[in-house]
Write a protein that binds this ligand. Structure first.
Ligand SMILES: Cc1ncc(COP(=O)(O)O)c(C=O)c1O
Length: 378
């Protein structure tokens, strides 16, 4: 049996929704983007939401409106996708890596506090793989040291921290709509924003800081001459993507529920497979199961990469656990050592997980894992 690793959850009606947009002739950023932003904001409990081309550009813009620029330091976890650090670099600032909590694999507030210097301007907690970071601690650090907080919520739509949805907690939280995420627009990003003035500035910055939107110009009765009070970028989402996003939002609860059910099945099975440990569940969080990452104990009969190789031969594709950015050449020399990050990245792997994964497919994954770790198959 061949099991897919990940698949977007699409129901077949999305094509018609996108075709409707094409029929209107408005195929760049327009009314559907505004509709999608409003629906997204409501869903995550934010005052506003601002759509962008992807989560990396969302993070870059969110840092920019937080005043981050050359000479500044932003504390980030190394255990994250490299986009987290790249968004800091894209603003001319320096990412400073702090270690993770060895249980949650999220940025550790105490390690973060130790990394603060007089150049630190922001902290970027990541809700890694959909597990909320300890936001009360980070918001308190932000208050105490006068630092901006920008959340990397790439994987966390639908997650909640102490009962409050991710997107409603900090001033700026950035989500990804890449197909590996829970809902997708092909490529896409969204910034949940609490301050409407900041949202308006973000909307300008994503279109070269022009002070008139296409939507406003088209509905005006008179000639509109735009101006550019500052510099910006082109980070616009298209209305075709927004139409797909609106279809996806309608399916979000169904997707979250199926992923939750599948994750619970994995956890129940993994408890009886030697050398494997399920993901840690902190009491404060209701996670989004964007990925299911298991930990392989150091005394397992085979190493992580060999296990992945054998599973692939069995028709079970996996991915290594979340990367450690400071171990990549792109960021070489920035950090001496982050022991919890290094152990976590080396000893974990992600299993196939997506809404629509069948019980039969999942049982195949579980069976292969059990066989390989019992040392039966060679
Ligand atoms: C934690 C994290 N941050 C940022 C990103 C970047 O998202 P995008 O591909 O939408 O730019 C990702 C994507 O995988 C991610 O996992």
């Amino acid at each position: 049996m061949q099991v897919p690793f990940s698949r977007p959850y699409l129901q077949g009606h999305e094509g018609a929704a996108v075709a409707d947009v094409i029929a209107t002739g408005w195929v760049s950023q327009g009314p559907r983007v505004r509709e999608f932003e409003a629906a997204f904001a409501e869903r995550v409990g934010a005052a506003e939401a601002v759509a962008t081309t992807n989560c990396t550009t969302a993070l870059q813009l969110a840092l920019y409106v937080s005043g981050i620029g050359p000479g500044d330091e932003v504390i980030v976890p190394s255990m994250s996708f490299i986009a987290t650090a790249n968004s800091v670099w894209q603003n001319g600032a320096t990412p400073v890596f702090a270690d993770i909590d060895p249980l949650t694999y999220n940025l550790d507030p105490e390690a973060t506090e130790r990394a603060i210097t007089d150049r630190t301007k922001a902290i970027m907690p990541v809700h890694q793989l959909g597990l909320p970071a300890d936001m009360d601690a980070f918001l308190a650090l932000g208050e105490r040291y006068g630092l901006a907080i920008v959340e990397d919520a790439a994987c966390a739509i639908g997650a909640a921290y102490r009962g409050r949805p991710i997107g409603s907690l900090g001033p700026l939280a950035c989500f990804s709509l890449h197909p590996r995420k829970v809902i997708t627009t092909g490529e896409g990003g969204m910034i949940a924003v609490q301050d409407p003035e900041v949202a308006e500035r973000l909307r300008r910055l994503r279109q070269h800081a022009m002070d008139v939107s296409d939507l406003a110009r088209h509905s005006a009765n008179d000639v509109v001459i735009e101006s550019y009070p500052e510099r910006g970028w082109n980070q616009r989402m298209t209305d075709m993507q927004a139409a797909l996003g609106l279809c996806q939002l309608e399916l979000l609860d169904e997707i979250l529920e199926d992923r939750r059910r599948l994750a619970a099945r994995y956890t129940a099975a993994i408890e009886s497979i030697p050398h494997l440990e399920p993901p840690f569940e902190p009491h404060y969080a209701q996670r989004t199961w964007q990925s299911y990452a298991v930990r392989l104990s150091p005394d397992a009969p085979i190493g992580r990469n060999e296990l992945m190789r054998r599973l692939l031969r069995d028709g079970v594709p996996t991915r290594r656990g979340v990367m450690a950015i400071h171990e990549e050449r792109a960021y070489a020399g920035i950090q001496a050592s982050l022991p919890h990050t290094e152990a976590a990245t080396e000893g974990s792997l992600m299993l196939p997980l997506f809404a629509g994964l069948t019980d039969e497919q999942q049982d195949h994954v579980i069976g292969c894992l059990a066989t390989q770790l019992a040392g039966v198959a060679a």
